[in-house]
Ligand binder design. Structure first.
Ligand SMILES: C[S@@+](CC[C@H](N)C(=O)[O-])C[C@H]1O[C@@H](n2cnc3c(N)ncnc32)[C@H](O)[C@@H]1O
Length: 245
């Protein structure tokens, strides 16, 4: 079982691959989709959970998503068909940093995918290139909510603290017009959902050749979370408008 297969099972009950509950996602999209918006782009869209919600809530909207994962995009297509929005969704398989197209977008999303661009500010620079006049960016990024252990830095990379993260974004020419800091409940619910779902799958499929690996992976990832980063990891989503001029 490869990483993508593990991720697909782990996210069955939490299709948004970030520590946010449904209300938080809805509120962020409410603030992120400008009035009269026509086009939305998601860089690192995964299974397009954000785009599917935006398309369902806004019947006039068209969406494009970019991701390297063929499995995630296949699931996104299936969900789009089931939800009757497939004619308004275009999915591209490839590196989001290389994505080009003829259109600009009223909202550019990138949640939990800054590693694809080499960090937060390069992600915002990429988003800016795709932004229509009057458009907004919805960015989701981790931050240190405490002093990280070396193990946490090894697992999650070199993050900044919350004020520093927001200050860097503002200094880069963006105005936060809405934000959400994931609550402890959201952070914990996400981890329990992922590793509980994966463990449950293993128990439900004892004869599957991947069952033992899935159970061991769920336990290892749960330990990484509880011992490695639970006490120091936070997650921030911001709706941004570019600074005038
Ligand atoms: C944590 S998931 C977030 C998915 C989605 N934004 C969400 O919130 O549900 C990160 C995604 O980034 C994708 N990804 C990683 N590197 C990428 C790259 N270079 N170009 C495009 N997508 C990439 C992964 O395949 C994965 O789907």
């Amino acid at each position: 079982m490869n990483r993508e297969q593990i991720s697909a099972i782990a996210h069955t009950a939490h299709p948004v691959k970030a520590p946010l509950d449904d209300d938080s996602v809805r509120r962020l999209l409410d603030h992120g989709v400008p009035p009269g918006a026509e086009r939305v782009l998601d860089l690192g869209c995964g299974t397009a959970a954000w785009l599917l919600r935006a398309l369902t809530a806004h019947p006039g909207l068209r969406a494009e998503g970019v991701d390297t994962s063929a499995d995630a995009l296949a699931l996104a297509r299936r969900c789009a068909r089931e939800q009757g929005v497939e004619d308004r969704l275009v999915l591209h398989r490839g590196d989001a940093a290389d994505f080009t197209g003829p259109d600009t977008f009223d909202l550019v999303l990138s949640v939990g995918a800054t590693h694809a661009f080499g960090g937060l500010l390069p992600t915002l620079a990429a988003a800016r290139r795709h932004l229509a006049p009057g458009g907004r960016v919805l960015i989701g990024e981790g931050f240190w909510d405490g002093t990280p252990t070396p193990e946490a830095v090894g697992l999650l990379g070199d993050l900044a603290d919350l004020p520093t993260t927001v200050e860097r974004i503002a200094a880069d020419g963006w105005v936060p017009v809405h934000g959400h800091i994931s609550t402890r409940r959201e952070l914990d619910a996400y981890e329990w959902s992922c590793w509980g779902t994966l463990a449950g799958w293993a128990l439900d499929h004892p004869a599957d050749p991947d069952s033992a690996q899935a159970l061991a992976t769920a336990a290892a990832r749960r330990t990484e979370w509880l011992r490695g980063y639970r006490d120091a990891f936070g997650f921030l989503c911001l709706v941004l408008r570019p600074t005038a001029g």
